[in-house]
Design a binder for this molecule. Structure first.
Ligand code: SIN
Length: 326
């Protein structure tokens, strides 16, 4: 393998978190800075060369365009640098899937971009952050990582950004890929890919937009109040993603609210609050002008809908094609 020169962009999270005691449950994410982190990484003796930059140092529940915009531009700078062979982004795990998918949709894929986090803070017994980082470095150093879009390494698994989702609140085995499962297995000494790269060409699928339009997620449940739903999907929203029950279903009274908003030009996507399973188009989607999220969960459907709206796409059929893509 050619010598890898990796740019590490740090945003915070538990991977840079400190509890103050090896056994404590509570801790503060985003405490170790990138210089300190890379000095700890040095002790691992990894083969790659690392250079680092701090983009933010926060818990990922606070991540949004104010971090995404400088992060996106720093990744683009790194990818354009002939001296950089790949990028690692350290990130909190709570919203890692959203950042990964946003980057996946808006970055070229000629060089590897890998997101990594940890479930335990850096001073905890059994800190998983250094192993995850060593695994991420192995993936980002592999030329075969290109052409698969943005990747996420957690535990000893590699996930595609489009598939990855956080499914456990505490376990170190907190991530799963749907529908593809993990696309590779990695340890600091071995990397196995399951299948070939699938992205045709290097180009980004969307232009990055720092002013993403407002899109709200409406969480469906039994005994839903349509008046409350009407207030949640207020006049200022350009799009609504429904975290529907079952296969993206809604009470009739709430569906009527959304049909009304759709007639006013608001985009509506039906996703599901269920962890796994496709949300397919149903016959009423055509007359209603609704879009089915297919394999995307509500939080990822929101990112895709925001990018579609930011690119000027308003036709539900064109939107549906983007949701159908892999
Ligand atoms: C966060 O998302 O910043 C906190 C949780 C974590 O990183 O695991």
């Amino acid at each position: 393998m050619a010598h890898a020169r990796l740019t590490v962009l740090a945003t915070g999270g538990t991977i840079a978190g400190i509890a103050g005691s090896a056994l404590a449950h509570d801790y503060r994410p985003g405490q170790i800075d990138i210089a300190e982190y890379l000095s700890r990484v040095k002790g691992l003796g990894l083969e790659a060369e690392f250079s680092g930059r701090q983009i933010a140092n926060i818990g990922s529940e606070d991540i949004g365009p104010a971090v995404w915009t400088p992060l996106h531009s720093a990744i683009q700078d790194a990818l354009a640098d002939p001296g950089c062979t790949g990028v690692i982004v350290t990130h909190g795990t709570d919203t890692l899937e959203e950042t990964a998918f946003l980057l996946d949709l808006t970055l070229p894929c000629a060089k590897p971009v890998v997101l990594v986090g940890a479930m335990r803070p850096a001073d905890a017994v059994g800190y998983d952050g250094l192993r995850n980082f060593a695994n991420a470095a192995r993936v980002a150093s592999d030329p075969d990582a290109s052409g698969r879009g943005v990747l996420v390494v957690m535990g000893d698994r590699v996930f595609a950004a489009r598939d990855v989702r956080k499914v456990r609140t505490r376990s170190t085995d907190a991530f799963r890929g749907y529908p593809r499962g993990s696309i590779g297995l990695v340890t600091p000494s071995a990397l196995d890919w399951f299948g070939a790269p699938w992205r045709a060409g290097d180009a980004a699928r969307f232009d990055y937009a720092s002013d993403l339009p407002p899109v709200v997620i409406l969480y469906a449940h039994a005994d839903m109040d349509p008046d409350l739903a009407r207030r949640i999907v207020g006049d200022d929203q350009r799009g609504i993603v429904v975290a529907g029950v079952g296969e993206g279903n809604l009470p009739d009274t709430v569906r009527s609210v959304l049909v009304e908003r759709r007639r006013q030009g608001v985009a509506v996507v039906r996703a599901s609050r269920v962890d796994e399973g496709l949300v397919d188009r149903e016959p009423e989607d055509e007359p209603n002008g609704f879009v089915a999220s297919r394999a995307l969960n509500p939080q990822k459907a929101r990112i895709l809908l925001q990018l579609l709206l930011a690119s000027g796409v308003s036709d539900p059929a064109e939107m549906q094609a983007a949701f159908d893509e892999r």
